[in-house]
Ligand binder design. Sequence first.
Ligand code: GTP
Ligand code: MG
Length: 369
Amino acid sequence: VRSFSEAASIPVATVLRAMMGMGIMANINAELAFETAELIATELDLQLMLKETETLEDELISDIEEQEDDPDSLVTRPPIVTFLGHVDHGKTSLLDYLIGINVVSGEAGGITQHIRAYEIDKDGRSVTFVDTPGHEAFTEMRARGANVTDIAVLVIAADDGIMPQTEEAISHAKAAGVPIVVALNKIDLEGVDANRVLSQLTEHQLTPSEWGGEVEVVRTSAISGEGMDELLETLLTIAELNEYKANPDRKALGVCLEAEQQGDRGVLAKLVVQNGTLSVGDVVVCGPTYGRVRAMTNTLTGKPVEHAGPSTPINLMGLESPPGAGDRFHVLSDITQAREIAANRADAESRSSLSGVTTKVSFENFQEM
Ligand code: GTP
Ligand code: MG
């Protein structure tokens, strides 16, 4: 009981009262079964405390999020386009073709395990592409990809048709409320039946435009290059219709796609700037961590970058520890404030894991706390 109350910063008396309410008579030295601790934490105190912590720091952040941009300050930004679909249907190959590199052949087992984001330039018009893994283990990464995206490209191999992770990708894209373009890929293969896939799409309420619906279906081959120009044109047309805008003159905000500790070199975080401009030297708070931007590099060329504007994917060095994938980031003017916000969040995270909200917590690490 004592260590529980310390770890959770709740008075012992409150813990004992809660236990009494549950019909358990105990004293400060009593042993608490993990399940009991979980019950006390979730039913009462911890939830209240978590709420309090949130209101303290989130006010500042929500002010930043809600800060309206003067219409005069808005400029067109590149669309963020995410490739989603079943494993091996050709997402990485299509992106490789578009950017003229070859990532597929360097991947372990040909399976994408990372989320990648690149900005490419086509006749002076930019597009940011996000590649996600199709393997069933990576639901979370597909959801993350769908969340930063403006347009989803649903990649479906013509010989395979709609598969479980295609269906999951469709629901992520629908949940994100973004336009869906279908790349009917591997169209170069002998004997593929495009109509079969079109009717599967119709069954999923994605009626192809050639059948009178709303969804553009582009037949592509990442091998022959067929349909690649058409795909890019389709995406740029949707982007023009939707007029994606942002204000490059405000402090940056966006999302972390992925991050890792790179030995002594520090933390490398892949971020996408959604609004504003991120610059070397900026103070960033991202999920439960913070830092000053030490360096940024272009995700494609690896070249150093001083400033990253709206829709730019960037590799960033300078955070204290790796943020969680999907964590939002914000630029603040004051590093002390950033440190406090990060510390508060880290605190709240460890308390919510103590309360059994996450499944990772075990009795062992509960005792360590
Ligand atoms: P995950 O990242 O693991 O989900 O797979 P992916 O969707 O990125 O597929 P990837 O690009 O790795 O391609 C899988 C296999 O299909 C590779 O062997 C590619 O060479 C092949 N492939 C991709 N596109 C085409 C295509 O248009 N035609 C043919 N014939 N093969 C293709
Ligand atoms: Mg891939």
